[in-house]
Design a protein around this ligand. Sequence first.
Ligand code: WT7
Length: 635
Amino acid sequence: MKYFFNDLNAYEKAKLKSKNNPNEFWGGLAKTFVWQKTWDKVLEYNFKSADVKWFLGGKLNITENCLDRHLKYQPKKTAIIFEPNDVNESSIHISYEDLHSKVCKVANMLKANGATKGDRICLYMPMIPELAIAVLACARIGAIHSVVFGGFSASALSARINDAQCKILITADGGFRGSKITPLKLIADKALENCPSIKRNIVYKRTNKKINWNNIDVWWHEELEKVDDNCDAEIMDSEDPLFILYTSGSTGEPKGMVHTCGGYMVYTAYSFQNVFQYQKKDVYWCTADIGWITGHSYIVYGPLLVGATTVIYEGVPSYPDYGRFWKICNKHKVNQFYTAPTAIRTLQKQSLKYVEKYDLSYLKVLGSVGEPINEEAWRWYDKYIGNHKCPIVDTWWQTETGGILISSLAGITKQKPTYATLPMPGIEAVLLDDYGNEINGEAKGVLAIKAPWPSIARTIWGNHERYKSIYFSKYPGYYFPGDGALRDDRGNFRITGRVDDVVIVSGHNLGTAPIENIINKHPKVVESAVVGFPHNIKGSALCVFVIANTLVDENRLANELSALVSKTIGPIAKPDRLLVVNGLPKTRSGKIMRRILRKLIDGKDQEIGDVSTLLNPNTIIEIKDKLQIRAVNLG
Ligand code: WT7
């Protein structure tokens, strides 16, 4: 493949071409896919109005590229290997031919239940092949999927369903996760009390546990019996939405990032192939959940687009013991393994016997995603998992970018521990100073992208102004991802973390504002501020500062707030520490200076810096004292 750089020379050539003639570069790449009609124009964009369009006028269906296209030359190849939570349950291999048939059947089932092109369909499911099948079935008929992570609470689910006005929900009676069962149907029932747009709830039977039954509910397996597996792919415009995926922002409401058919297809395949250097017979495994963008782009779409074998694991890394990931790598002879730093740090803490028990010699490439990987975790991953022979790709990207923008290409370009390294060919990453000026050479600044790439999110569902304001207004002329970065003298980028009020906890992107809103609802809370602080396993954890309206038992309040956050957002958003204070550092205009709180909790009082806008300096002294005496640990 012309756009597969399997040596440095091809890579350098591509880099040059993408710079000198981007339209030819991206257009040429797009030509390697199946289109019903070729585009009239490669790109049209205006960063001022936050409008981006790729492959204008092109017509396609992404599932023809994920499925039909492979039937000609590799129908029997395994597309999906399913590894169930329970070690005693057999794994399942689904061939491209079978996957095609299953997707078509589910697509027909969706149609029979009232779905048409453009409808939004919410998927709230466990990590089972049926989730991937449902995703593809939506794409097959041109319905817009909105996958909600199975760990989210009822109110988080209903907020997402209502924002997109979803017509159908697909869920399961429950999901197996380690020794626990997630009662998905029960949570969904609760959510649906407030979701008038949902007309049908399709329930997949996974756990066989007893559930309540409502009149909009139908069983997945019963509905499937009524349909066949002939389903022509709906012809989509390149710029028609393919899916919505919610990510947290620094204000209250979740942001529904909208990705479109043509550009997303081209970029996820391109980045998957080149970053992981996938070879024909390889088995690739990404441990993310399909409920996050990593799962969308690099469990489902990217791998299937290039005809790869992709592993889906239902459970958690610690079940039945901390050797499970390595056991799976051994069992399925995994060649490319892609996980998150938080998982690596957790596994690194366990006895090496969990690693040594297994044969990891099939591994060729290791990947990391979701947050900066610290050097210690990088070295451990390299030594014990990769046996010093597997390149590590540290991939920087976001829900908004759709695909990997900065990463080394396994075995082709140079890696550097803790550095995501170089932008992919076609990606123009720059560093800006506080005034929005580009800075050159070795430097520190905020990361920005100068020109669009095909898989950039096109908008926030129902709120283009918000999209424009978050990503395109602060530094006019650039896409601003919200991360800070360092660059070395060779152009390698090291991502230093968020520069806004988003905290990455165990690889989960959490806005502090929605958590504060929930905490503020507690009858004893007057005001609160949530900030992130370094945590040796989670990367960052949350600390909540609370002003209470009465004398409170801190332990009790901590537990109540923790339960409240868990119920409203989900357990992933639970704070680790709580501190009751009399005042919070504020600017004269009343804005809480979270920057100061972050330094205090991190013990970096010396680095607080400019406090000229601070209204109440005495709060700093109080918080410093309190931090020395006690802060309730919820960990
Ligand atoms: C944020 C995006 C990309 C899929 C998973 C998270 C952080 C992501 C890296 C990395 C340093 C990283 C950034 C980014 N991040 N990958 N390799 N090195 N930081 O997607 O939930 O949209 O979060 O995750 O801060 O902005 P997301």
